[in-house]
Design a protein around this ligand. Structure first.
Ligand code: FAD
Length: 464
């Protein structure tokens, strides 16, 4: 087995060892086949079963459920409210307000779901902080806040002195707090969803990879464990979509997010007032984000590091982070000490779309094949909504979701290779130089500022 991210290892440690994984039965027929057993695939299966219990649903997962992004992310439950202006541009005002509100509600719905189904995944809905961690970031959140206020949808408050202290770092010069946010142990959530899906009679076949498909009514799906037939099929494969279906080759760029976790540091966290589960995210383009765990660890993540050539999900995503110097730099930036020990680092591919939002839809050849991808690093809460969208598409139910503006709309392209990678690294390096200079409260070069602007919607917030 390849190098495991910290969360996934811990989640498997707590599961009873299963002797043998279920195999794909011969001549298997299912109403709906979902490819991919991450959050998107599992929430979709659960939604389908909740709406139409008699539907046969099968998930095939090439590895173990949760071994993709869902079991290795930062566990920061974030909403779309900080990206309202760009959401309005993408889907129009009414849809944008609907999606932003639903993303806030989803945080609480996920918590409720984990309670109802006894999923022990350290789900702490303690809110969320967005901060300015240097002078240059001050005021960057204002356009989003202004837009939210204008549309009577602003649940953020300016942090007072006490709340700023609760971010744990004097580097946070100002900030906003919203009660709609939190943190989870992501691998335990995804493994818990797997169990719920199984209880709902979803057939889940792990270590079974999709290879190709052909035909309609039924669709013949060829896998590494043989063939199955399905009336409809959903690709919930996230970072793997561009390599499995060439029409998506230019719709995303795969870029790593890199993570570090400390051993339990109860004294340090107490001193820093980090005794809550609210993630702290700063306002740079390649954000720093950190959160704690109930067993007093500190986890810090940083996006925008390794760009994979031609969107290949390379083995580099299954290794310790190659950017531990950057993670150390960020830890020093926030905690002003070299004394924050790192127990483990890991990494994983985020699927960034041009818009910074996910896209869903049906294949345009009219076949009953659906897809959802492009979460752009904001996927925990959003894949819960993705499950509703995909379930409504495949069942032809709730039009509010299938018409929410993220479905069957044109998806902008990134440039072809090698220009994509050359451009990505040029812009990444400019952003790094700019942000390092800003951390010293100095003025960056104009060229770096210009290049950084080309990153479009890479940040987790709309910044000027
Ligand atoms: C390192 C990292 C940190 C992140 N941090 C955060 C965060 O803090 N907050 C946040 O909101 N979001 C975060 N994200 C984003 C979030 O994790 C994802 O958007 C979300 O998990 C996507 O879920 P998914 O089910 O679509 O994809 P995945 O979890 O990747 O699931 C796709 C599944 O498809 C399977 N698959 C692929 N090909 C095949 C095939 N041929 N046959 C069968 N199965 C196949 C894969 O094995 C995988 O399990 C982060 C992402 C990464 C990588």
């Amino acid at each position: 087995m390849s190098y495991q991210p910290f969360w996934f290892d811990k989640a498997l440690d707590e599961e009873e060892a299963t002797a043998l994984l279920p195999k794909l039965p011969p001549n298997h027929h299912t109403d709906i086949c979902i490819i991919g057993g991450g959050f998107t695939g599992l929430w979709t299966a659960i939604q389908i079963k909740q709406q139409q219990p008699t539907k046969n649903v099968t998930i095939i997962e090439q590895d173990l459920c949760g071994q993709g992004a869902s079991g290795r992310n930062g566990g920061a439950m974030l909403t779309w409210s900080t990206k309202l202006p760009s959401l309005i541009k993408l889907v129009g005002l009414e849809n944008a307000l609907f999606l932003a509100k639903e993303s806030e509600q989803a945080v609480h719905s996920i918590k409720q779901f984990t309670k109802e189904h006894a999923i022990d995944c350290d789900c702490r809905v303690d809110g969320c902080f967005y901060t300015a961690s240097n002078l240059a970031q001050q005021g960057l959140l204002q356009p989003s806040m202004h837009s939210l206020t204008l549309h009577n949808a602003n649940n953020w408050q300016v942090c007072d002195k006490q709340q700023l202290l609760e971010t744990g770092s004097a580097a946070n010069l100002s900030g906003y707090y919203s009660p709609h946010g939190g943190s989870i142990q992501p691998a335990k959530l995804v493994r818990g969803l797997k169990k719920v899906a199984e209880k709902l009679q979803v057939t889940i076949i792990e270590q079974c990879a999709y290879k190709t498909h052909s035909g309609q009514e039924p669709i013949n799906i060829d896998t590494t464990q043989g063939q199955l037939n399905a009336q409809s099929m959903i690709f919930a494969v996230n970072a793997w979509l561009p390599s499995l279906q060439k029409q998506f080759a230019k719709k995303v760029v795969l870029v790593s997010s890199d993570m570090a976790i400390t051993p339990p540091l109860p004294e340090l966290l107490k001193r820093r007032k980090l005794t809550h589960g609210a993630p702290v995210i700063d306002s740079r383009i390649f954000v720093n984000y950190y959160r704690t765990t109930s067993d007093h660890r500190l986890m810090l993540g940083k996006g925008g590091n390794y760009f994979s050539f031609a969107n290949k999900v390379s083995a580099k995503f299954d290794e310790p982070s190659r950017y531990s110097d950057l993670l150390q730099y960020s830890l020093r930036h926030f905690f002003q000490t070299d004394d924050v020990p790192i127990e483990r680092t890991w990494t994983g591919p985020s699927d960034r779309s041009v818009s910074g939002f996910p896209f869903f839809g049906q294949f345009n050849d009219g076949s009953p094949v659906y897809y959802g991808s492009g979460y752009s690093g904001n996927g925990i809460v959003q894949s819960y909504l993705g499950g509703k969208i995909l379930a409504s598409l495949v069942l032809g139910s709730d039009p509010q979701w299938s018409k929410c503006g993220l479905v069957n709309t044109p998806i902008a392209n990134f440039p072809s290779e090698p220009f994509r990678s050359i451009g990505a690294y040029t812009i990444r390096n400019a952003i790094r130089r700019k942000e390092r200079t800003e951390d010293r409260n100095q003025q960056p070069y104009k060229l770096d500022i210009m290049l950084a602007k080309l990153s479009g919607s890479a940040a987790k917030v709309d910044i000027k």
